[in-house]
Design a protein around this ligand. Structure first.
Ligand SMILES: Nc1ncnc2c1ncn2[C@@H]1O[C@H](COP(=O)(O)OP(=O)(O)OP(=O)(O)O)[C@@H](O)[C@H]1O
Ligand SMILES: [Mg+2]
Length: 422
């Protein structure tokens, strides 16, 4: 196979080919007839008849493939090199995040997308496989994948029945099994979903479920909608893609405290400036201030560039809902006070105040500090109410609600979070 067809929704964008000099790179020749109201990526302009820079298209498409041990294991199962971007896209580019799909020349004849019914026993087996083999539970013919380091399985749900997507059929839900030794994690993530739903920072559904002896968190995908027996896609790219961070370097989505200005890595300034450069800048930046306030208030030290996304729709670009926002600082083995991205130069959560968030936001150049401060206060007030109202699952990390209340109280008082009193 020498080329893949790149589609955005059902528009043909152009042909993707391997870069002969570097297996971690691909090229894209954009079709002369390509037209779209939906932005493909913030990292390059999709001009008909042109080829975006190889580095930019590679970082964009590379941002959709599995990461870390998932990439290693999934590539090995297909007998391809985990650094070979074209091969990864040929294997797993059939259904990825957003509305970009990569089709193979042989798709038309032999590879119709299809769904198979999924009973509890088979589902438990898939979840176990995802846990034991770090391979997203994929069978030989699956062409779907998502980034991220947590074990996960992608399934579709039609009329409350689960189905397994074969070939390049699209999933509608992400299932995260409970990881032995980290029993609280999925409950912590679920509690965070309850809170963000309550304060309007997310709308997607989620539930804790069981299949056989496996407990899992089922997360509805905001980049899919079920329409009868069809799955409609909504385009998304994460901020690592939008900023064209090197897809081969898993660490660049985090800022490095020892070298905070490393130009290869994400920073809140870069995120804020990128959002500020999009036509919908003022709404995007305001939403991001609210989301950032939430991440800080719940002690999510994993709000890195791949956990922030843009949704590109026909009527413009929006900030994706809050996802993967786990109150990590309450998981026993993860007590590391450093945030993924420093706020106003501070990595240590205990040093952050409402003023730090507002001052950080003002430095992006799109929003006034007083407006940012008002958004921080509004978000904290809403979260305070939500904490009083939402009953957390019993299985959240011990002390979770007390710690969240502490953070919100300190921030609302205008103080640094500091270390909670025991
Ligand atoms: N509700 C959702 N709807 C659509 N896409 C989502 C949703 N949640 C996550 N994603 C996409 O799936 C990817 C993986 O999900 P998620 O970030 O939850 O996984 P993870 O393995 O916990 O990640 P990490 O390695 O950051 O801990 C995300 O980067 C994002 O592209
Ligand atoms: Mg993630």
């Amino acid at each position: 196979m020498t080329s893949l067809e790149l589609y955005l929704h059902d528009r043909f964008v152009g042909l993707v080919e391997p870069d002969r000099r570097d297996k971690s790179r691909v090229t894209l020749a954009i079709d002369r007839a390509f037209r779209s109201d939906v932005v493909l990526s913030e990292s390059f302009a999709a001009i008909p008849g042109r080829r975006p820079a190889t580095e930019l298209i590679s970082n964009f498409l590379g941002g959709y493939v599995p990461e870390g041990n998932h990439r290693e294991k999934m590539a090995a199962k297909r007998h391809v090199d985990q650094d070979d971007l074209f091969a990864l896209l040929a294997e797993f580019g059939g259904s990825i995040a957003g509305a970009v799909t990569l089709r193979r020349p042989d798709d038309a004849q032999s590879r119709e997308p299809s769904y198979a019914p999924l009973n509890a026993r088979d589902l438990a087996a898939l979840l176990k496989q995802a846990l034991a083999e770090s391979d997203q539970g994929v069978p030989d013919d699956s062409r779907s994948a998502l980034p991220g380091y947590q074990p996960k399985v992608l399934v579709a749900k039609f009329n409350s029945e689960l189905a397994y997507p074969h070939g390049r059929a699209h999933s509608t839900h992400i299932l995260k099994p409970q990881v032995p030794g980290r029993e609280h994690r999925i409950f912590d993530e679920f509690y965070s979903h309850q809170l963000t739903r309550e304060i309007g920072l997310s709308t997607f559904d989620s539930k804790i479920m069981r299949a056989g002896r496996i407990t899992y968190l089922a997360i509805e995908r905001f980049d899919r909608t079920v329409d009868g027996d069809r799955v409609r896609l909504h385009h998304q790219e994460d901020l690592a893609q939008a900023m064209s961070l090197d897809w081969r370097e898993s660490e660049v989505k985090f800022q490095e405290p020892a070298w905070p200005n490393d130009p290869r890595r994400a920073t809140l300034r870069r995120v804020g400036e990128l959002l500020g450069s999009i036509p919908e800048a003022s709404a995007l930046v305001e939403q991001w201030v609210q989301q950032l306030t939430y991440h800080v208030a719940v002690g999510n030290n994993d709000a890195h560039a791949k956990n922030i996304a843009l949704v590109h729709l026909e009527n413009g670009t929006k900030l994706a809902e809050v996802y993967d926002a786990v109150p990590n600082l309450f998981q026993d083995e993860l007590i590391n006070w450093n945030l993924a991205l420093a706020v106003d130069g501070k990595f240590d959560l205990r040093r952050i105040s409402a003023e730090s968030i507002a001052s950080e936001a003002a430095s992006w150049g799109t929003i006034r500090e007083a407006r940012a401060y008002a958004l921080v206060e509004q978000t904290l007030a809403a979260l305070d109410d939500a904490l009083a109202k939402v009953e957390p699952p019993r299985e959240v990390s011990p002390g979770m609600t007390d710690r969240l209340r502490w953070n919100v109280m300190r921030l609302r008082q205008g103080n640094e979070i500091s270390t909670p009193k025991r």
